[in-house]
Design a protein around this ligand. Sequence first.
Ligand SMILES: Cc1ncc(COP(=O)(O)O)c(C=O)c1O
Length: 369
Amino acid sequence: MKNTYADLIDQTYYFPQEGFDLRNGYLHFHGVSIEHLIEQYGTPFRLTYLPKIGDQIKRAKNWFNKAMRKNGYKGKYKYCYCTKCCHFQHMLTEALTHDIHLETSSSFDIDLIFKLFESGKLTKSTILIHNGYKTDDYLRKIIQLNKMGFKNSITVLDSMVELERLNTMTRKTLKIGLRLATDLQPQSDYYTSRLGIRPSEIIDFYKNKVASKKRVKLKMLHFFVDSGVKDNLHYWGEFKKALEVFVALKKICPELKALNLGGGFPIRNNLGFEYDYKYMVGEIVRNIKETCDNEGIEEPDLFTEFGKFTVGESGAVIFEVLEHKKQNDREDWYIINNSLMNTIPDAWSILEKFILLPINKFRLWTIKL
Ligand SMILES: Cc1ncc(COP(=O)(O)O)c(C=O)c1O
């Protein structure tokens, strides 16, 4: 009778699959023997397979560049990594070897930028997108970058009051972006994201407050659909609204050169994961190109800030099952030697799923049928 754990996986999914492999009944992650690591380090531990980070960056660049070529798109594609997704030095250092740019969300992220610059891992030409709500400390550090000569630092205003606060802190030229507030998906508890500026106010804000400030240059429009880049009505609806705002702004502000699509590429968080990245990128690029052609405006450079897509599939956390408990006739619990609460990467992961696989016992575990 086929009733081992390995049989169950085999029947349900295509397995082994990219990144996961079985050798002598033990799980290998990207060809690395987890068994050996456990012998060497004990449990629990966190591991990162660094080459996966570069692979992900190359995949996204390829999809965008190919789609741009196919559509005769004249703008460029810029891959940014959002530092808040995983701050570890080894992750950032690896990502930066793949010709990328960075997005920051807080004053703490700028400290990372200073350190990375000191150690020669980024240059003053690296594009730095400053998103998030701007505390005084965050603004001061952005200005400091500006004074140091980081010529591609763009402050994306999350709220209209940030303009005056930023402008009064320096006499230098400032490159800014505007974040457009998006509506949340219908099943959400709230209607509109607290992040960014309302679509109905953004054009007037530019006309009345930004345009007259000669030192302030609007370079980027940014939007981010919280629920991710998905082929559904909600995503395309928000995308279309953002594109309309971009067109309207571009017509009154020719120096607006970039559209920042934010993060939100999904990752393989279960063995049955299916997502057509190439198709989504193709549709995004085609739609922007078509709209720009119809409106007679030049295509913007496209920016993304993929967080979990960059790092999420490169890592794993290894636990040991300390006890198998049965609290009633139907439910089994594994008590592990760590807390999942300490292990999830950030608050955004709370409702996310992760792949959970045994390292050993693939052939020994039997499933009750
Ligand atoms: C502005 C912004 N950019 C990028 C990201 C990264 O999102 P993801 O990890 O889904 O790519 C986030 C996530 O909250 C964000 O708020």
